[in-house]
Write a protein that binds this ligand. Structure first.
Ligand code: PLP
Length: 394
């Protein structure tokens, strides 16, 4: 038993994941069921004890924590004045769309992709251009020919990159990022790179911040990051945008009306980046163990489901096309019969139908319970003669 095996009851804590539907076992929204690292909890408690929670400034230690982290973990040297606070990455994406495009302009995304990207574009009166990812032989890649073609349209002003990619789990290679970056530079398209999952990469993979590739790409990009996925701090609102170009930064800052940090978020970010690394390494090992557990379970007991190879994020993408159920019916059964809450593929846009996204950042016992319940649903659809299924072996 390790710390990550401990089931921390979250019901009754105003948790989006656990308290929105108390009849379902939730493995959907991307937060973890793990306690944050102890140094973070201690820092928040110490600050809470002080008792006065007035307006904040950003101390030197805030900037040092971020710049040191990026240098250490991602070999990216940034200057402290490139950092602009944002309560969340999603608010930062919205500000970027509002500030650097005009109504009616087009913004490229690469679906299936994190669904608030669509809202940030369309709800701001801009138009979404889908450069769909290619899914071939169980693996996702970018369609550069299509991207080139889309990028030629003079109404395209921005591309929102998801790196690592939620939900397909790719950690984009240097080569892929260089190619995408060059297409954007050639066509005067600004890159807003959502790198919130940058610290959650599988062993053997390396996240490359796109802005670190060249001065030209740094000048043409806004990189959105946060310790929130890494250390489970989403409720503390600790994101930031890294904007090397001074003019772009000034425009962004002028539009960013929420510019002061939450007192607890500030302490949490500093403690997490300065003292949370050992916890992060253990968490990554645990989640990789969960991924292996998922793979073993699926291959033995749900052989028609395919686990798409996971390179980054703690969100596994399940290809359910062979299950033999209409995707809408499968989703209904998962909710109503299995009473498990996953994220249904179509919410991620084109290419999402027939997939489900499952959150692996939970104690293994919760994952096991969810999989056992899902198995019941998937089994219904299996032909009686399927030899690989335990029901048919005995
Ligand atoms: C790719 C991506 N971007 C942004 C977010 C949310 O960011 P925030 O809570 O900082 O707005 C998530 C959360 O799941 C995500 O997966």
């Amino acid at each position: 038993m390790c710390d990550f095996d401990i089931v921390v009851p979250r019901r009754g804590t105003n948790s989006l994941k656990w308290d929105s539907r108390t009849d379902l076992l939730p493995l959907w929204v991307a937060d973890m069921d793990f306690r944050a690292p102890k140094p973070v909890i201690d820092a928040v408690i110490d600050r809470a004890r002080h008792g006065v929670y007035g307006y904040t400034i950003f101390p030197d230690s805030y900037f040092a924590a971020i710049t040191n982290w990026l240098a250490r973990r991602h070999s990216w040297t940034i200057q402290r004045d490139w950092i602009t606070f944002s309560p969340g990455v999603v608010p930062a994406l919205n500000i970027a769309v509002q500030t650097f495009t005009q109504p009616g302009d087009k913004v490229i995304v690469q679906p299936p992709v994190y669904y608030p990207f669509f809202a940030a574009i369309e709800e701001n009166g801009r138009r979404c251009v889908a450069n769909n990812l290619v899914y071939r032989d169980g693996y996702y890649s970018m369609d550069f020919e299509d991207l080139e073609e889309q990028a030629h349209d003079p109404r395209v002003k921005l591309l929102i990159l998801c790196s690592p990619h939620n939900p397909v789990g790719r950690v984009w290679s240097r080569k892929e990022l260089e190619r995408l970056g060059q297409i954007c530079l050639d066509n005067d398209i600004m890159i807003v790179s959502d790198e919130i999952h940058c610290d959650i990469v599988c062993r053997g993979k390396k996240h490359v911040p796109i802005a670190s590739l060249s001065e030209a790409l740094a000048a043409n990009s806004i990189t959105c990051m946060s310790p929130s996925k890494t250390f489970n701090l989403a409720g503390l609102q600790t994101a930031y945008a890294i904007i090397p170009d001074a003019k772009t930064r000034d425009c962004f800052a002028a539009a960013n009306k929420v510019h002061r940090a939450n007192v607890f978020g500030l302490e949490a970010l500093i403690a997490a980046y300065n003292s949370g690394e050992a916890w992060l390494e253990s968490m990554l090992d645990y989640v990789e163990g969960n991924l292996q557990f998922l793979r073993d379970f699926v291959s033995k007991r749900m052989p028609k489901v395919r686990v798409v190879p996971l390179e980054g994020t703690y969100l596994a993408w399940l290809d359910c096309a062979q299950v033999g159920l209409d995707p809408g019916e499968l989703d209904r059964l998962i909710l109503e019969k299995a009473r498990v809450w996953l994220d249904d593929g179509p919410i991620f846009g084109p290419g999402g139908a027939g997939f489900q996204r499952i959150n692996l950042a939970c104690p293994r016992s919760i994952l096991e319970k969810a999989l056992e319940r899902l198995e019941e649903v998937v089994r219904v659809s299996l032909p009686a003669t399927c030899p690989a299924h335990p029901r048919n072996i005995s």
